[in-house]
Design a protein around this ligand. Sequence first.
Ligand code: G6P
Length: 484
Amino acid sequence: MPELTDIVGGREIVVVANRLPVDRVVETDGTASWRTSPGGLVTAMEPVVRELGCLWVGWSGGADEDLPPFEAEGMRLVPVPLSGDDLEGYYEGFANGTLWPLYHDVIAQPGFHREWWESYERVNRRFAEVVAHEAPRDAIVWVHDYQLQLVPALLRALRPDLTIAFFLHIPFPARPLFAQLPWRREIVEGLLGADVVGFQREQDAASFRAAAERYADALAHGNLLRLSAEDDDPSRSVLAQEFPISIDADAFAALATRPEVRRRAEEIREELGNPRTVLLGVDRLDYTKGIRHRLKAFAELLDEGEVTVGEAALVQVASPSRERVAAYRRLREEVERTVGRINGEHGSIAHTPVVYLHQGFSREEMAALYLAADVLVVTALRDGMNLVAKEYVACRSDELGVLVLSEFTGAADELRRALLVNPHDIEGMKAAFLRAIHMPEKEQQRRMRGLRAVVQGNDVRHWAENFLRASSSMAEQRAAADTS
Ligand code: G6P
């Protein structure tokens, strides 16, 4: 296996994301500690950054904290401060009230507010300035996700020596949806400041290339976008291509073989009253995840007597997320009302049909839950990738368990042996749940073996290798163009 640093020809790398991999938590007695940040971006990038030993620039999770660079869990972290106003305008506003719903097929209504946009611009500029100050000469700067789409162009203007790569962890919207954004040209130009722009799926990359042709006069040749010369900037090319992300499959597999994790998995089943089938959902509490649709399907199966309490239980982990954004607050109320109704109508003193946990858990506890679950249900209405599906598969070295997977996830492009569902089709989803519940072991094994081969064959190390190789080759082309 080549070293990642060799792939980039010894160039230094700086990772930039809205969040640092750890969040600063201040207890009521004033003591501060760090815990792993939420979301798939951090799960995927943490092992890569550890191996690279590079800097990670990002926000520490609190308001108005001006922290110096520090080391945590062997990583070198550079915090970017956000004020209360930045949180409102940039984070809760433009990032999660405009871009997040727009990029996820307008499942919720995006708000288009000029103050949010101004705040987004301001914070993107701050990130670019911090990176311009920290990045070693000729480094590759790897910018992540929808919160920082203006950083590539801002950074290029400040530090033309850098090679800039960008990866979008969420979908890029189809043209008619992207067209709604009043600042669509600025976003496209921001991204085109990069030398490589990576996406989860082929269709995301194609939608971006179409937007670049339309709003930035770029010319697409295959995956390359040709930009014409401007002022003091010579003409250049940007690679816009899919690089489907993954997880550290071996690390999850190793976690799941630990005796204490296996014991915990058995304990979980016992605590649930040893039902014949444990179904599991694991999501941030987000309206893109289709939690309401999943609960509706499960509730109807209970209503119709197709599933009986005590025989089957659904464990729903819904980790708290973006709790100050109105759409998330409404979702929480709805989900909790629905869970209460299902349990009230179908529960007994001994059995609870839906075990709802509005909490985050350690990786060990998650691995135990994956081992305890006969069926993992991923019913997202739209999802860039969905790493939970891959985590489940990586943990199941016993080759048992069934993955029910929404066709609207990036993961569905790769995990074809899952039971693929359209979460809007409640009848179809009910049929898939029943098929999963009753699937013979032989078929489970056949499917799980195929799924595991895919996840092991494209783990996050492989993804990083491909992405960095593409970035490095763009860096070499730039260097050659500069000397010619
Ligand atoms: C998704 C996004 C990440 C984000 C994470 C958690 O995975 O792609 O960029 O960090 O959700 O969301 P949060 O708003 O808490 O950072």
